[in-house]
Design a protein around this ligand. Sequence first.
Ligand SMILES: [Zn+2]
Length: 461
Amino acid sequence: MRVGVVLLACFLVAGAANAQKKMGGDPVEPARSEPRAKRPVRMTRAIARQSVDTKSMVALIDQMVACGTRLTLSSWTDPKRGIGCARDKIVARLEEISKVTGGKLQVVVDKFEATAERTSGKAVPLENVYAILPGMDPVMAKTAFVVSGHFDSRPSDVMDPNADAPGADDDASGVAVSVECARLLSKLAVEGKTGFRATILFAAVSGEEQGLLGSGHLVEWLKEKGYTVGGMLDDDIVGDDPSPGAPHRVRLFSGNGEIEDADSPSRELARAIEEIDGRDAIRMVFRVDRYGRGGDHYPFYKAGLPAVRFTEPLEDYNHQHQTPRTENGVEYGDFAKYLNAAFLGNVARDNAEALRQLAMAPAAPTEVRLKGAVTPDAKLSWKAEDDPERSGFEILWRETTEARWSVLEFAQNAGETVLKGVSTDNHFFAVRATGKNGARSIATASQPEVRPAPGTAKKKD
Ligand SMILES: [Zn+2]
């Protein structure tokens, strides 16, 4: 009997230790700073992989490649060769999609000029193509979620308008993703299956290879039209996955920003996309872009807006930025034959599902502040506009060494919430809004309380 009790006690202690191990693999901490978090819940995914029309995506890529070159400095008016030829193909495909929606999807060609080192310092004409699916909710219609690929391409010499520049992967693939998202989501909108609260803008931009000119212009265009950018998804080089075991996960790059704990709006967008699409679909990379390189999400990121980049798992540099040729038996050139349609289709589904859920969500909270240094409790406050479709807010936290958020508590209203017995020292905090429809906004990380550093204050710290 007594032996039994002792054995049971041993068993319970071992069980508790095992449970602790399972949670984080670390030894037990003082009870008040123990993790006690719930896994975040997301709405069910609604865009089936089979609903992605990869055949039409590949057909659009082939049409763009057939324009010979799409250098921004090539012809905008020749219907057979040059970047204008590609614009025509994209517009034609979007018009076709728009027709099915009864014109709900609005196709816009935005003409402008830009000057850069890679235009020889001269103002040159550029054009972006947008398809706009207007938001249905007056509270959110002026918030725009953007998905974008660039339709310009380049040969080895970025100033040569005559050399062939097929650009199948870089970045006809990203344009095909943007256009397929337009088809998938506008179809849901007209069928009444999903009510998009926010506006979704499907972009194909030019001037990327000349210095992110089209994307920089789009930031200004959105501002001029009175839109707040809810999130920007840049798809650039998303069509190839040649390694054994394909299709692999797509990489999702997000920059650190300038907040102490590296929780920029872009990082929060990346986390939201990973939660929506799943870890088996998304490989987050906590870096603004591939090492030493850049892309169209950058002008958005620099403006402090949430912007991320999708790129294939492992790039083949012989197939990028190369004038087609064979040297020493090695073939150079960005041809459509290297693309992997299964992978490309996955990227389209991942983008579309992320846009679907984000465009259904309430606005992210603002002015999230954390107080409570040198006290036993954390105090979190935030603001939010009135929104009858919002159910409340989730308070998120994570260990400072963790990559992902957990849910700590739910709060009905904006204002201040006291987190009893929660130390401000050991965790990072954020808040996100939850909709009555189950959609979540991206998180807004707490700004640290500005306190004088020890030794610098007049009063003893
Ligand atoms: Zn590119």
